[in-house]
Write a protein that binds this ligand. Structure first.
Ligand code: GDP
Length: 322
């Protein structure tokens, strides 16, 4: 990828997009194209076509997506399938039509079957039924992967797909029913600590196993792959270490410094029993994550505290800091 290349980062205000912009700038890629949601609604075909034909990006990181945790996926299944299908279909097709040299699409570990052999390797896609809570999202993401493969086959495009495990980082979406587990628990433990709550509620049994990858490692891997990977099949991006939700809760509890109890709420869904990725393929290409889970959670907790302080200052002064 040439340093002067026109690189469109779709979704640059999200967790992945923000980190991509930071890493690309650090590496000397300065000709970045970004558009806010107000400037360009990726669900609108005509707007996307106009953007690509006017701006003619050379490379595209397709990090725009409707994302959320198990609660959000269960509450808004229609939004998850509709918005993701629209965003990716419009972007992938316009990238082809305007002659983009290479595009990188972000898939998701939810695309693998619910009862997949662990760790899940790329050949396991479409070999079994999906986990019901994330099925609409997963179907949209699978469609994106298959669309890239189809365009590569028919139109000789170079559209690659990565399948990250659960991504987390300081710019995450914290503290709501819609968050993913890691930022949700950081918020819960922090709130419990400062309010002296006796206990924190953790959803489900605590038994499901998940794998987490820190955002800056994801952004570095994405840049590495767009410059070095030309395979037409999707490639896993995982840390190689999995952890149960109960163990994760204990690690976060320690880092936040909360002393109370954990209560497991079995009325909440567990989701898939395990989502561990086989990272053999990406390891062979020479990529390794740099951030341990403890280090990543500590950085994420710092990011969370900064965000909380900023919003408290805003509440006190009535001035919104930008
Ligand atoms: P998933 O990986 O698609 O299942 O999505 P999540 O990151 O939302 O949830 C992962 C696991 O963490 C599930 O088993 C949840 O039940 C469990 N979990 C425990 N506490 C929480 C919480 O406060 N929020 C969320 N989102 N998940 C939680």
């Amino acid at each position: 990828m040439e340093k002067q290349a026109r690189i469109y980062v779709a979704g640059h205000t999200g967790l992945v997009g923000k980190s991509l912009v930071r890493e690309l700038n650090k590496k000397g890629y300065t000709n970045l194209l970004t558009r806010s949601h107000q400037e360009l609604d990726l669900t609108r075909q005509i707007e996307v076509e106009r953007f690509f034909s006017q701006e003619r990006p050379d490379y595209v990181f397709l990090a725009a997506a409707r994302v959320g945790g198990i609660g959000a996926n269960s509450s808004y299944p229609a939004d998850f399938i509709y918005e993701n299908l629209m965003i990716q279909t419009n972007t992938i097709h316009s990238a082809y039509a305007s002659g983009v040299k290479k595009l990188l699409f972000f898939g998701s570990a939810c695309m693998y079957p619910k009862h997949c052999l662990q760790p899940m390797n790329e050949d396991n896609l479409l070999t079994g039924r999906l986990e019901s809570t994330s099925e609409p999202y997963a179907i949209a993401k699978i469609a994106g992967v298959k669309m890239c493969e189809a365009y590569n086959r028919q139109y000789k495009t170079s559209f690659i797909c990565i399948i990250p495990s659960n991504i987390y980082g300081p710019d995450d979406h914290f503290g709501s029913q819609d968050s993913h587990v890691l930022p949700a628990l950081i918020d819960k433990f922090h709130q419990a600590k400062i309010n002296n709550f006796d206990s924190v509620i953790v959803w489900g049994s605590g038994n499901p196993r998940r794998e987490f990858v820190f955002i800056d490692d994801v952004a570095k891997a994405a840049i590495f792959l767009i410059t070095s990977y030309n395979g037409s099949t999707a490639i896993n991006l995982g840390s190689g270490e999995n952890i149960s939700i109960k163990e994760l809760a204990m690690v976060i509890k320690d880092i936040v410094g909360y002393k109370g109890e954990l209560i497991f709420d079995n009325t909440k869904p567990d989701g898939a029993p395990e989502k561990s990725l086989d990272a053999t393929k990406i390891r062979k290409l020479g990529w390794l994550p740099k951030t341990s889970l403890e280090e990543g959670i500590a950085k994420t907790y710092l990011g969370y505290q900064t965000a909380v302080k900023l919003s408290n200052n805003e509440a006190e002064t009535g001035v919104k800091k930008i």
